[in-house]
Design a protein. Structure first.
Length: 247
């Protein structure tokens, strides 16, 4: 694993040399952040390279020396980890945006109420429940936490199929390889092949918050892009893509 991460760091170093700002961001941010970066580059002329993946993998790549200027995490815990290792500038850390957790189905499907009475195993009808890695990736962790809180986890655990990030979990449902999946509300907007059939109660899991911070090597361009993410224009793009504003 260490060799693989080191090799990836070398590849990313070569890519970063061609960019003014290199951003490592949780996969669930892709649709919104692609648009924000494109608009910002058109406005400023500053090139942004975006690298998406599961939050744990990105945090480990940064710890291995990958050349990120800005990290946007789907988990406060993984940002805490980098801060504890003195790999980010703590005074630049800010909570960027929020999200909610939903149940999606392949194609069209009837809505359901997600609470302790839901027979999720019956809804699966022998199929798989697609989730991001439940012990590592934030979307999977939130999903498992919600299912446990509602008393539904034990019945569906044998049916869970896990992916390395939430967009991969979403794709399995869109392709029909799993009838149901647990993803973020923002993911459903990016994928027309699924239907949102329910939203998990907010009190069934921890608040979903995306912290952002500059790394130790970040320069002025990265700081300017981080500030731009909190601008009304960028926040409007996030909200149009299903993310929730924070107080």
């Amino acid at each position: 694993m260490r060799l693989a991460l080191s090799a990836l760091a070398l590849i990313l170093s070569a890519q970063a040399a061609l960019a003014d700002v290199t951003v490592f961001a949780a996969a669930s941010l892709k649709t919104a952040l692609d648009q924000i970066a494109q608009d910002w580059t058109a406005e400023t002329g500053t090139k942004v390279t975006l690298s998406y993946g599961g939050t744990p993998a990105l945090a480990k790549q940064i710890a291995e020396g990958a050349p990120a200027d800005l990290f946007v995490s789907a988990s406060e815990a993984w940002m805490d980890d980098l801060e504890a290792k003195a790999l980010i500038k703590p005074d630049t850390r800010r909570d960027l945006i929020g999200n909610s957790l939903i149940l999606v189905a392949h194609g069209e499907a009837a809505p359901v109420t997600i609470d302790a009475t839901l027979d999720l195993a019956a809804l699966l009808d022998g199929g798989k429940l697609s989730m991001a890695l439940v012990d590592a990736v934030p979307a999977g962790q939130y999903g498992k936490e919600a299912l446990e809180s509602l008393g539904l986890w034990a019945a569906v655990e044998p049916s869970v199929v896990q992916s390395e990030n939430v967009r991969a979990a979403l794709k399995l449902v869109a392709l029909g390889e799993a009838p149901l999946g647990i993803v973020y509300a923002s993911d459903s907007i990016a994928e027309p092949g699924v239907t949102v059939i329910g939203t998990f109660p907010k009190d069934s899991h921890r608040p979903i918050v995306y912290p952002a911070a500059l790394t130790l090597t970040a320069g002025d361009d990265a700081a300017a892009f981080l500030d731009h993410l909190f601008s009304p224009a960028a926040q409007a793009v996030f909200q149009a893509n299903g993310f929730a504003p924070l107080p």
